[in-house]
Design a protein around this ligand. Structure first.
Ligand code: FAD
Length: 403
C-alpha cells in the first residue's frame, strides 16, 4: 500500500524511537513495569500535544502513524494502550475545557508534555465493562458539595497515574467526566493487577470514598454518552495501527527465519506449507491495513464511524492473535523463546480482544447501527404463507430509540 510521505515520515520517526527502546521495553515486559523513560520521550516528541490541537485530521493521522512505528520498532504491542488512553482519549477532552478553566489548563499542559500520566476510568466490576454507559460511580451533591463514590476496575495506568478521568453518573443521571488527583483524600489505588496481557501498560483498581470534587473538575457535555463514545472510537481506531506495526515486525522475523533456516539441507522458504503460513500472515496484514486506513479516512472526513470502528477493533485483535500464532508455528522452538516476542504478542492480542470492549460488545453496537441503517420493514407471513414486507411501527420505534 502507498501512504503519504508525511505518514511514512512519522512511522519512521517512531520506529526509531521504538527500536532505541527495544531492550528497555523488553525488560519492562519481563518485570511487568510501566516504561516511564519511553513515556517521557513520547511527551517530548509531541505525540500527546498533537491531540490537543484544532486540526483533528492531522492529529488522527499523526497518532496512527506514530503508534504503528512504535510497535514496529519496539516489537511491543501492549504499551500503546497507556499513551492512547492518555493522549487520544483524555487529552482532547481536557483541551475542550482548558480554555476557560485554570485547573484543566494546568492538567492539560502536564499531560501534553508527558510530565503526567492520565487514567481513563470507565469499567466497573459491579456493572461490567460491556455496559460502559451504566456507571455505578456516583457524583452526588451534599450541602452544596460534590462528592464522588464508587469503584473502577482494570484501569490502565491506575497504579502510577497522576490524574484520573473518572466517568460517573450525576444527580440528573447524566454521564460526566470527573478529574481526580489520586492523592486526594478518599482515593485508594490498588497494586497493579497480575494481568497476563498488557504487561507494559499495567492495570489497577481505583476506589473513591466520599471524595470531594471541585466544580472546576467536573466536565459536563451536551451528551455524556456521545462524548464517551467519541473517545472510545479514538481508541478503537488508533490502537489498530499498533497492531499493524506489530504484525509487520512479526512477518519480517518470519521471512528472515524461513530464508535462513534449513531443514534436511532445504531452506524452509521452499516448502509450500511454509509459504502458505507466511502468505496467510501477509493476507491478514494487507486486509487489516485496508480496513484500518479506510476507517481512518472516513473518520478524518468527519463521518460517524460508530459501526466501522466496531467492525475494525475486534477484527484487528483477532488478526494479531492469528498472526502471532502463525509466527509461532513457523519459527517453532525459536518462536517459543520470549525474545521472539510472539508470546507477548499472543497474550497482548488476547488482551486486545477484551480491552476497549469484547467482540460481543462491538457486535451489539454494529447491530444497533445496522437497525438504523436499514429500513424499518418487517416480514409478515400470512396464514396462507404469503410473505409481506411492510413498515413496522414497533421496529421504527425501536430504531428511533436506539443509541
Ligand atoms: C488490557 C486491558 C486494559 C484495560 N484498560 C481499561 C481502561 O483504561 N479503562 C477502562 O475503563 N477499562 C479498561 N479495561 C476494561 C475493559 O474495557 C473491559 O474489560 C471490557 O469492556 C470488558 O468488560 P468486563 O471485563 O467487565 O466484561 P463483562 O462486561 O463482565 O462481560 C463478560 C462477558 O460477557 C459478555 N457479555 C456481556 N454482556 C453481554 C450481552 N449483553 N450479550 C452478549 N454477551 C455479553 C462479554 O462480551 C464478555 O465476554 C481494560 C481491559 C484490558 C483487558
Amino acid at each position: 500500500m502507498i501512504f503519504s510521505d508525511q505518514y511514512q515520515r512519522v512511522v519512521k520517526e517512531y520506529s526509531k524511537i521504538g527500536e532505541d527502546h527495544k531492550q528497555y521495553m523488553f525488560d519492562c515486559f519481563r518485570n511487568h513495569e510501566f516504561p516511564l523513560v519511553l513515556w517521557r520521550k513520547l511527551g517530548k516528541s509531541g505525540l500527546f500535544k498533537v491531540a490537543a490541537g484544532n486540526d483533528k485530521e492531522h492529529a488522527l493521522r499523526y497518532m496512527a502513524a506514530a503508534y504503528e512505528g512504535l510497535a514496529y520498532g519496539s516489537g511491543d504491542l501492549a504499551f500503546c494502550i497507556a499513551p492512547i488512553c492518555h493522549g487520544a482519549m483524555a487529552v482532547p477532552i481536557l483541551a475542550q475545557f482548558a480554555k476557560d478553566r485554570k485547573i484543566v489548563k494546568k492538567y492539560l499542559d502536564q499531560a501534553t508534555s508527558g510530565a503526567s500520566v492520565i487514567s481513563f476510568a470507565v469499567t466497573e466490576s459491579s456493572s461490567g465493562g460491556t455496559d460502559a454507559f451504566r456507571s455505578d460511580c456516583r457524583l452526588s451533591s451534599y450541602n452544596g458539595t460534590k462528592i464522588l463514590n464508587g469503584k473502577k476496575w482494570h484501569i490502565t495506568s491506575a497504579p502510577h497515574a497522576d490524574l484520573i478521568m473518572c466517568w460517573a453518573t450525576d444527580d440528573y443521571d447524566s454521564l460526566v467526566a470527573v478529574l481526580v488527583d489520586p492523592k486526594q483524600k478518599g482515593v485508594t489505588i490498588g497494586d497493579k493487577l497480575p494481568c497476563a496481557a498488557a504487561r507494559t501498560s499495567p492495570v489497577g483498581t481505583i476506589e473513591f470514598k466520599n471524595v470531594e470534587i471541585s466544580p472546576d473538575c467536573i466536565l459536563r457535555f451536551k451528551s455524556g454518552k456521545r462524548a464517551l463514545t467519541d473517545a472510545l472510537i479514538g481508541e478503537r481506531v488508533i490502537c489498530t495501527f499498533s497492531g499493524i506495526g506489530c504484525i509487520k515486525q512479526m512477518i519480517e522475523k518470519c521471512v528472515y527465519f524461513l530464508r535462513n533456516r534449513k531443514v534436511q539441507g532445504v531452506k524452509l522458504e521452499r516448502h509450500q506449507y511454509m509459504q502458505y503460513r507466511i502468505t496467510k500472515m501477509q493476507y491478514a496484514l494487507t486486509t487489516l491495513e485496508a480496513l484500518s486506513h479506510g476507517t481512518l479516512n472516513l473518520q478524518c472526513a468527519g463521518n460517524n464511524v460508530d459501526l466501522e470502528s466496531s467492525v475494525l477493533k475486534p477484527t484487528a485483535a483477532n488478526t494479531i492473535f492469528d498472526c502471532a500464532r502463525e509466527a509461532g508455528q513457523i519459527c517453532a522452538t525459536y518462536g517459543l523463546q520470549e525474545e521472539s516476542q510472539f508470546y507477548s504478542a499472543l497474550l497482548d492480542a488476547w488482551g486486545a480482544m477484551v480491552g476497549g470492549g469484547t467482540e460481543e460488545a462491538h457486535r451489539m453496537i454494529v447491530w444497533n447501527k445496522m437497525k438504523k441503517r436499514y429500513s424499518g420493514r418487517s416480514l409478515n407471513i400470512s396464514s396462507d404463507n404469503i410473505h409481506i414486507w411492510e413498515e413496522s411501527e414497533d421496529l421504527l420505534k425501536e430504531i428511533k430509540n436506539a443509541v
